[in-house]
Design a protein around this ligand. Structure first.
Ligand code: APR
Length: 204
């Protein structure tokens, strides 16, 4: 069984929350919430979506059908975790890449922030994200990684009492890992990790 392995050097503490990169299979991670890369029909599919439904069992799809009639791109819904180690699955719908001038960045950011809203609402302390839109949806990896980390960091700066202590990106493949590692480096360079209450990059 594959387990997630930490990527040394790609770890930060933003507003008291640990944020890090792991290489591995998100279906195997024992956290409160895992975040799936779903489609707006919530119909299941291949990639990480297929892996999550296969590991979770049919109850998660049954709950999706019962509770929701799809999900707009740039948003997310939540179900129980079925047979997964995770207690909940957030099904986030990222955008399909259409060249970058179709609101893709805002939609991708919306998928990440809506996921954190759901996780916080159910009292999650730990959240694991897949790399939303980084597979068949074709989002350029470096740009997707920048949106992911910037959105998580900004969300943490505006939800300081969220209760989320640990956020991880569980990544599959060397290209996506390299992209997220680069985005971590850019975060360090762009926003020095200070402790000012007005600094969105603070590490307290
Ligand atoms: N654990 C972690 N990451 C995984 C796993 C896994 N078990 N399986 C795949 N991935 C990675 C892929 O390598 C990619 O980096 O998840 C990332 C997201 O890729 P996709 O699953 O293709 O997601 P996305 O690009 O958002 O496309 C969503 O694909 O499967 C369908 O139903 C889904 O229609 C939706 C579309």
């Amino acid at each position: 069984m594959e387990t997630a392995a930490a990527d040394p050097g790609s770890e930060a503490r933003w507003h008291g929350t640990r944020v890090r990169l792991l290489a591995g299979d998100i279906t195997q991670v024992s956290v409160d919430v895992i975040v799936n890369a779903a489609n707006s029909a919530l119909a299941g599919g291949g990639g990480v979506d297929g892996a999550i439904h296969a590991a979770a069992g049919p109850g998660v799809m049954a709950e999706l059908r019962e509770r929701y009639q799809g999900c707009p791109t740039g948003s997310a819904v939540i179900t129980g975790g079925g047979n997964l180690p995770a207690r909940f699955v957030v099904h986030a719908v990222g955008p399909i890449w259409h060249g970058g001038d179709h609101d893709e960045a805002a939609l991708l950011a919306g998928a990440y922030s809506a996921s954190l809203d759901h996780a916080s609402a159910v009292g999650a302390r730990s959240v694991a994200f897949a790399a939303i839109s980084c597979g068949v949806y074709g989002y350029p990896l470096d740009e997707a990684a920048d949106v992911a980390l910037t959105t998580v960091r900004t969300w943490l700066s505006t939800h300081r009492d969220s209760g989320i202590e640990d956020i991880m990106f569980v990544l599959r493949g060397t290209a996506v890992m390299a992209a997220f590692r680069g985005a971590f480096d850019r975060q360090r360079a762009r926003l020095p990790e200070r402790q000012s209450s007005t600094d969105p990059g603070g590490t307290t």
